[in-house]
Design a protein around this ligand. Structure first.
Ligand code: GLN
Length: 291
């Protein structure tokens, strides 16, 4: 049948494949679910059902945007991350599954009982809200340079019913109140401005400020490493996401300011993705030496 769900999906997936979507069938299904306001199971259960003219026109409009490369998350306005549905806007990075690895590692290492977590460059609030949602006994602070991101994170907090998080506008530590955090987490910009991947796929539509950093992508990570010791409790953890080829350089930065138990952990694809370490008392003097 001409405009059955199955036929429409097949044609759209074919078109998206021609326009080099890496996941044409999934993209088409997600966009159709969005138009129909139904879960994906509906598409398979009712594959013979005919779309109305309005539904078809709306779907074709979204597919046309996707053929121009616009990320699915920006088209539908949200991305599922951890157990949360997060609104996304072109002013923030789209949360990625790789970053769920960081959340997992943070939850494994956060000690039992009360504590506090700082998320630097929070964007949608993905990391901060995931941790806060799992650990109601922690106070989580998320900061971002861009006021639009802070407003978005606050909206995500509200819509997910999370009370133990607070979002502030701050350039890294600049507006962070003096505090000894139990853990500092961050998914900062870490892509080299010359990286050819910036001209491909979804990242073309994401804000450059959330993606690129000077000094081969290491400038912001270095800044975070140098200033973290002053904001960590004794034994507190620093955990930073980074590029697959930056593990060695990031470990050197951690060790240079006196972190101990430093290690790099791989993402689900087996690539170096997160480096972590805990503060030793002597790091406070190492920070002073470096800054
Ligand atoms: N992991 C992302 C990418 O390679 C980049 C995220 C970031 O810069 N923090 O697309």
């Amino acid at each position: 049948m001409l405009n059955s769900i199955e036929n429409v999906l097949r044609a759209a997936a074919h078109l998206l494949a021609e326009h080099e979507s890496p996941s044409p069938r999934i993209d088409a299904s997600v966009l159709l679910c969005h138009v129909l306001d139904k879960p994906s199971s509906y598409l398979y259960t009712w594959s013979d059902k005919l779309l109305s003219d309005e539904e078809l026109a709306a779907f074709n409009g979204l597919i046309a945007r996707r053929t121009l490369g616009e990320p699915v998350a920006y088209i539908i306005g949200y991305r599922d991350f951890w157990s949360l549905r997060l609104n996304v806007e072109p002013s923030t990075l789209i949360p990625r599954p790789d970053t769920e690895r960081l959340v997992e590692l943070a939850l494994e290492r956060l000690p039992k009982g009360e504590g506090s977590v700082l998320d630097l460059g929070t964007g949608t609030g993905a990391i901060a809200l995931s941790i806060a949602s799992e650990r109601h006994d922690l106070e989580v602070t998320g900061v971002d340079l861009r006021p639009e991101a802070v407003a978005l994170a606050q909206r995500n907090q509200q819509e997910n019913g999370i009370s133990n998080a607070l979002f502030l506008q701050s350039s890294w530590f600049d507006a962070v109140p003096e505090h000894a955090f139990t853990m500092i987490v961050s998914n900062p910009p870490y892509i080299d401005p010359e990286d050819p991947h910036l001209a491909q796929g979804d990242v073309r539509f994401e804000p450059k400020t959330a993606l690129i950093a000077d000094d081969h992508g290491l400038a912001d990570i270095r800044h975070i490493c140098q200033h973290s010791p002053r904001y960590l409790a004794q034994g507190g953890w620093l955990m930073i996401e980074h590029g697959y080829d930056q593990g060695h350089a990031v470990r050197a930065l951690f060790l240079g300011v006196g972190f101990c138990d430093v290690e790099t952990v791989q993402d689900y694809a087996g690539l170096d993705r997160v480096t972590l370490g805990r503060i030793a008392q002597s790091a406070l003097t190492a920070e002073a030496a470096l800054t």
